[in-house]
Ligand binder design. Structure first.
Ligand SMILES: [Zn+2]
Length: 102
């Protein structure tokens, strides 16, 4: 392949890419203008779009539900631990205060 051919090929490919890019950006602009998307939220597990009216944070998938339940449980355990830790820290102080007052 000669140098001129190479240059010509490069020019055509970049022109093609530019055209594609402009098509994509035009589509994006159009989407923004006409609001193609309905208001929706995403499943917190698989980030699949789910309707906004759906009260749960996850989609109907069983895996997502199981994962969500597991996370919920660990979150509960963590908050209990946190409260227990705070209590352990505070109870001696309170006892000391009571002892100082009496
Ligand atoms: Zn999901």
């Amino acid at each position: 392949m000669s140098r001129a051919e190479k240059i010509a090929k490069m020019a055509t490919t970049s022109a093609g890419q530019a055209k594609q890019d402009s098509v994509v950006s035009r589509k994006r602009k159009k989407a923004r203008k006409n609001v193609l998307f309905e208001a929706h939220k995403h499943c917190v597990e698989c980030s699949l779009p789910i309707p906004l009216g759906n009260e749960s944070l996850i989609c109907d998938d069983d895996d997502c539900r199981a994962n969500q339940e597991r996370k919920e449980k660990s979150r509960k355990r963590l908050s209990i631990l946190l409260y227990a830790g705070v209590a352990i820290f505070i109870i001696p102080i309170v006892l000391q205060l009571i002892g100082a007052l009496t």
